[in-house]
Design a binder for this molecule. Structure first.
Ligand code: BDP
Length: 700
């Protein structure tokens, strides 16, 4: 048990009654007409049934009675003869219908869809029901994805380092591609298909134009061939200056005729290798990347130039809104909105603007990005980060579904109450059919894929929530736990409790009460609230926490940077007054006096200390909870997680002590009585250096 199998771990179920119930329906698999994708569905179902039920599974292309029939109305006469068309109508190109019915008067289960890929998704869904021990009698499920493009963004460089990657090196073995197909590629595709992920951007947003050259395109094509039957399209990142770097042109101006022609030719060439190429993700004029503004053009000019060349092939552009500049004298939280909102309505039809969940950068807690709800004419795509750049890398156990849900469920009030971010992103608010969610992947070539065994749950959650944003964090956690670890009820309960608490716990020991971006310089690991005097103020911690002798926090209200005014009046109302602002966002929006009375009756200073201590104590609790799983989960993963939580506990104390001691230099107040005093001095914590931290951006 090394975690390689992820949630596709088909170990024998233990509950005899459940097994018997399943066996009554699962003796054989009927597939009338084969296709690459339908064969994968059958193979996966066989693997799962044999593992979970320890039973031999037979195949047939005719129905003898009993078993599972898989297929589409066009590939299966039996399915065509069943009255499923109304149900299937609602499932589109990727959805599915699973029903228990009778054929030739004999009971059976039918997994059906309009397209082969829907059958594969339905098969994985059915397997999940078995893994999680659901009843399948009278089953009647109709499901279709809420979001069209459900995508992983790999920040993988061509030398196989992964920016902000903490699970080893890149999965893509460029050197040995296209000839050598690693089994990993196939298992990666299986895992994605099992949770409905249908796209992978293979390369880093800080892009290298080499990926667009012929030798690399052939390698990309080899990966696309592996992924295709699993319903996964490949995408690449487009370096905006590629026409200069690999095309020999003197400009990359998007309005220049030669530049346009170069991209058109390049894109046509890509499609000769990869006929279903998905398109491009683009980071432009952000953190030093080239872009249209280098030529006095705007983001829409740049995106539309690429979109025009991709459109004949049905390709899309995912143009990122992660832009900010230290030369602009504005709160960084405001800059993307200022640049992009005026462009609403000027993007081509096949462009999505990809927006990070919050206005700064993947912090443990941020308010939702003000662009959501503010660009009605433009499809906005969500960008979440699965890799825990600011959340303890692959060392800390942090289940991120609650973070994703907090954002998706937030109300923008753009069209009145109920205009949630989820409804912006799923297109329902403004009737957009082009929709997407991206997760910056936490996957590498570590044996268990994600470094921390629990980080697999974040990959899983991204897929499940992109398919259905209304699922709860709890449901998703429970599915993952049962499929990945155990069906033992008591342990499921314990694991769920640990996972569901973990994000809030991390917020408490890292950035309580709305603090943000106070991590170590550049690598973002560990506490660094003292970081100042760097080349860019917006990369320092003091810029974000603004602690001084009067208090702490960033005033983003009407009397401060006015970032709050970018939201609708209803949202402004929630946060604008110090008295009413929810405490979890207090220091995000307000500069608050140290003596300010909090809801608990404590002063702000005391409350801040308490939160830090509470966070660290809660990791101790997590440790105790995990220890109850000894003998229930396998020894290998038990040991791994034990070691990791123990590091997390030490580091939560490190965070707590460093931050409390540092902020104390401003508050000039004692650590409240009853809280154990830090055993080291502030200068000790400030002197700690990382000899090596993985995943750093190579050139800042
Ligand atoms: C930041 C990362 C940096 C990325 C950047 C981005 O620190 O490595 O390149 O985001 O999203 O979070 O472009």
């Amino acid at each position: 048990e090394d975690g390689y199998q992820l949630w596709l771990r088909y170990n024998k179920l233990t509950d005899a009654a459940t097994i018997n119930q399943y066996k009554a329906y699962t003796q054989g698999i009927v597939l009338e007409k084969e296709s690459p994708t339908l064969l994968l569905a059958r193979q996966e179902l066989q693997l799962a049934l044999q593992g979970l039920l320890q039973t031999k599974v037979t195949f047939s292309n005719t129905f003898q009675g009993g078993g599972i029939i898989i297929g589409t109305p066009s590939s299966s006469g039996i399915i065509a003869s069943l009255a499923l068309s109304d149900k299937l109508k609602a499932t589109g190109d990727e959805g599915f219908v699973i029903v228990q019915t009778r054929v030739k008067n004999k009971p059976c289960i039918v997994i059906s869809a309009n397209k082969d890929i829907g059958v594969l998704y339905g098969t994985f869904h059915f397997i999940r029901l078995l893994q999680t021990q659901q009843r399948i009698e009278n089953i009647a499920i109709t499901s279709a994805p809420a979001i069209k493009h459900r995508i992983l963004n790999h920040w993988d460089n061509l030398d196989r380092t992964v920016e902000r990657g903490y699970a080893g090196f890149s999965l893509w073995d460029w050197h040995r591609l296209p000839g050598y197909i690693d089994q990993r590629y196939i298992d990666y595709a299986r895992a994605n298909a099992s949770i409905g992920i249908n796209g992978a951007v293979l390369t880093n947003v800080n892009a290298n134009a080499q990926i667009l050259t012929e030798p690399y395109l052939k390698k990309v094509a080899a990966l696309a061939n592996v992924f295709r039957p699993y319903g996964i399209k490949v995408y690449l990142t487009a370096r905006f200056s590629a026409p200069v770097e690999i095309g020999g042109l003197s400009t990359a101006d998007p309005l220049d005729a030669n530049v346009k022609a170069w991209w058109k030719k390049k894109i046509d060439e890509i499609y000769t290798y990869i006929p279903d190429f998905g398109g491009f993700t683009v980071k432009a004029n952000s953190e030093g990347q080239p872009g249209p503004q280098n030529y006095n053009r705007n983001h829409a000019d740049g995106a539309n130039m690429l979109a025009e060349a991709l459109a004949p092939h049905n390709g899309i552009v995912m143009w990122r809104a992660f832009v900010y500049s230290n030369e602009v004298p504005e709160d960084r939280a405001k800059q993307a909105y200022n640049e992009f909102k005026p462009l609403d309505g000027s993007f081509a039809k096949n462009v999505l603007v990809q927006v990070k969940n919050g206005p700064i950068d993947f912090q443990p807690r941020e308010p939702f990005h003000p662009l959501f709800g503010a660009m009605p004419k433009t499809p906005l795509m969500m960008e979440f980060q699965l890799t825990q750049e600011y959340l303890g890398f692959a060392t800390h156990l942090v289940y991120l579904a609650p973070l994703f849900k907090e954002c998706l469920d937030a109300d923008t009030y753009a069209k009145g109450k109920g205009s949630t971010v989820a409804h912006v992103v799923d297109g329902s608010l403004e009737n957009h059919s082009l929709t997407g969610i991206a997760g910056v992947a936490n996957i590498g070539n570590d044996r268990n894929w994600t470094g921390h065994p629990f980080a697999q749950a974040n990959w899983y959650a991204l897929g499940r929530l992109a398919w259905n944003p209304s699922l709860s964090s709890e449901t998703v956690a429970e599915e993952w736990i049962r499929a990945t670890f155990t069906n033992n009820e008591k342990s499921v309960h314990t694991l769920k409790d640990m996972m569901l608490a973990s994000r809030e716990v991390t917020v408490q020991y890292m950035t309580p009460l709305g603090l943000h971006h106070i991590m170590g310089w550049n690598h973002h690991y560990g506490p660094g609230p003292w970081i100042k005097d760097k080349p860019r103020a917006d990369w320092t911690s003091v810029y974000y926490h603004q602690a001084d002798e009067n208090g702490i926090g960033f005033n983003r209200t009407a009397t401060g940077s006015k970032a709050l005014l970018q939201y609708t009046p209803e949202v402004q109302k929630i946060y604008s007054s110090l008295e009413n602002c929810p405490e979890e966002y207090l220091l995000w929006y307000h500069h608050v006096p140290w003596n300010y009375k909090m809801k608990s009756g404590r002063t702000l200073w005391d409350e801040l200390c308490h939160r830090y201590y509470q966070g660290a104590d809660s990791v101790r609790r997590m440790q105790q909870q995990w220890s109850t799983l000894k003998g229930i989960v396998d020894e290998e993963r038990f040991q791994q997680v034990s070691s990791l939580i123990s590091i997390q506990h030490q580091e939560a104390i490190w965070w707590r002590n460093a931050c409390v001691l540092y902020f104390q230099t401003f508050s000039k107040k004692d650590i409240p009585s009853g809280l154990e005093k830090p055993d080291q001095s502030l200068s000790y914590y400030q002197s700690l250096e990382f000899p090596f931290a993985p995943g750093i951006k190579p050139k800042w």
